[in-house]
Ligand binder design. Structure first.
Ligand code: 5RP
Length: 228
């Protein structure tokens, strides 16, 4: 059921893709469906190229013979389709449960339009319920953990198979639970300014719209212009 909703949201977003677009591929189980649908459209003749936000999504694109460019050589993207862990009515999102938030933010920032795809469980009144993933240079782990504590954030080092989890760029991830996330814009500014923080999962300016599917019904959320 949840998987059907992920797929329905993904298909709604993929309908925005046109010939000659350069498309940013997100990461995760919802983005998986978008990439699969793009693969089918490419096999049917759609002419696009893509950049990927993770090695996993790049591998999926390669398997489906979707023309893949290296983001290191791309300055601008037409449309990015990506999942989220939480999204609210302001189009504020938390991302990074899959650990790809830094690359995801770079691709989103390079995009003329960025759409989130999600099942209904991701739609929240206000973001902040899930821990915020923060990508940290290993050298700065203790320093950043202490700085986050001063911001009233409790950090847990992400692990995989009993060892520290490493991002595609070889950095650590701290999952940080804040007592309350009342001022996400101010928090994002503080995190952006912390030496050793490579990136974080607060997406406050990047998301233009979201397709959210619940019980098979897809709702569209467009960013209000007043939010900038
Ligand atoms: C990966 C992400 C994902 O987009 C986010 O975690 C949602 O994943 P899923 O679609 O599997 O729920 O930010 O870094």
């Amino acid at each position: 059921m949840q998987d059907d909703d992920k797929r329905a949201a993904a298909l709604a977003a993929v309908a925005e893709v046109r010939d000659d677009m350069l498309v940013g591929l997100g990461t995760g189980s919802t983005a998986y469906w978008a990439i699969a649908a793009l693969g089918e459209r490419v096999a049917a003749g759609l002419r696009i190229s893509v950049v990927a936000t993770s090695e996993a999504s790049a591998a999926q694109a390669r398997d489906l013979a979707i023309p893949l460019l290296d983001m290191a050589e791309v300055g601008a993207v037409d449309l990015t389709i990506d999942g989220a862990d939480e999204i609210d009515g302001r189009c504020f999102a938390i991302k990074g449960a899959g650990g790809a938030m830094t690359r995801e933010k770079i691709v989103a920032a390079a995009s003329r339009r960025m759409v989130v795809i999600a099942d209904g469980s991701k739609r929240v009144e206000r973001i902040g319920g899930v821990p915020l993933p923060v990508e940290v240079l290993p050298f700065a782990q203790a320093f950043v953990t202490a700085q986050l504590k001063a911001l009233r954030g409790h950090s847990v080092l992400r692990e995989k198979d009993g060892a520290p989890y490493l991002t595609d760029s070889g950095n650590l991830v701290l999952d940080v639970q804040f007592a309350a996330m009342r001022y996400p814009v101010s928090l994002a500014r503080k995190l952006d300014a912390l030496p050793g923080v490579i990136g974080h999962g607060l997406f406050l300016r990047e998301v233009d719209a979201a397709y959210i599917a619940d019980g098979g019904i897809v709702t569209t959320l467009e960013r209000s212009r007043s939010l900038g």
